[in-house]
Design a protein around this ligand. Structure first.
Ligand code: CP
Length: 315
């Protein structure tokens, strides 16, 4: 991997390579086993144009655990506020001999554009409503570790599909790995033509959750909404908020997920979100670090291979 920009187009074997390495790292972190500093001598910069708690912190921890020098660039106090463009900012950071740029941006496609302009590896930490590849990896790893497989599972992704990069990355990854994906949302929050990517479409929670193995809830992304997509939050919760009553339609051992941040009492009942027998939400956060370690380690390997080829060419 030179860059990690999205899940769409990735082969099953490539996804498995990330998940297997991440599973290994998850075990090592849990047991306190020593982790090889495969990114020793590498420099990595987190460049986040949107707010983040989980993704930014876990990329920072992942980079440091692998021995990289990691810097978080503060966008609000940067020269972007003086009018510097995204590309000029990235080129400036690259000139400081940065090896890996981890970028979150509000515009779909912005991270790919950067990867074509800067001469270093770029990782997509979420671009608009397009993709959030490491979120899909961490979701898949969490499911795989608890259910022992992805193949054949029924996964219901529910809520604001329209604005969700998490949903898009998960649709591609889960289906490539043999799971069946259902999308459940009010018509106003269901993107047109989304069924062409393969998922089944539902507008009713009872039908959409029937006999599923995993229920993945999504946040209402009001920051991306122009106008009203739901009549009221109270009505939305009534029809689409996950409660024990609605969950009873899923399999008895169905598990609940949420990428966070969570709006308790809007898309999910607060007590249900904290139920350690049903909710995987904290485990998703834990797997986030392991998945980002695996992604960075594989990118580091590709950078080392490129450098070795360049040296050979010089000789
Ligand atoms: N799931 C996720 O991307 O969370 P953050 O916005 O906190 O990074």
């Amino acid at each position: 991997m030179n860059h990690l920009l999205g899940i769409e187009g990735m082969q099953r074997s490539e996804i498995e390579a990330v998940l297997n390495l991440a599973d290994d790292y998850a075990g090592k972190v849990r047991s306190g086993e020593k982790i090889e500093a495969v990114l020793d001598g590498f420099t990595m910069i987190n460049l986040f144009f949107e707010n983040s708690t989980r993704t930014r912190t876990s990329f920072e921890l992942a980079g440091k655990r692998l021995g990289a020098a990691v810097t978080n660039m503060s966008v609000v106090s940067s020269s972007i506020k003086k009018g510097e463009t995204l590309t000029d900012t990235a080129l400036t950071l690259r000139a400081m001999h940065t090896d890996i740029l981890v970028v979150r941006h509000q515009c779909s496609g912005a991270v790919k554009l950067l990867s074509e302009k800067v001469g270093c590896s770029v990782v997509n930490a979420g671009d608009g409503s397009h993709e959030h590849p490491t979120q899909a990896f961490l979701d898949a790893l969490t499911i795989q570790r608890r259910k022992g497989k992805l193949q054949g599972l029924e996964v219901a992704i529910c809520g604001d599909i329209m604005h969700s990069r998490v949903a898009r990355s998960n649709i591609h990854l889960l289906q490539t790995m043999g799971a069946r994906v259902r999308l459940v949302a009010p018509p106003t929050l269901m993107p047109p033509d989304i069924e062409k990517f393969g998922p089944q479409i539902y507008h009713d929670m009872k039908q959409g959750l029937k006999d599923c193995d995993i229920v993945m809830m999504l946040r209402l992304q009001t920051e991306r909404m122009q106008g009203n997509y739901v009549p009221s939050v109270r009505e939305y919760y009534h029809f689409y908020g996950l409660t024990r009553e609605k969950l009873a339609n899923a399999k008895q051992d169905a598990l609940i997920m949420h990428p966070g941040p969570m709006n308790r009492g809007v898309e999910i009942d607060s007590e249900l979100a904290d139920d350690i027998h049903r909710s995987l939400i904290q485990e998703q956060v834990e797997m986030g670090v392991a998945v980002r370690m695996a992604s960075l380690a594989l990118i580091g390997k590709a950078i080392k291979a490129r450098k070795a080829i360049k040296l050979q060419d010089k000789d």
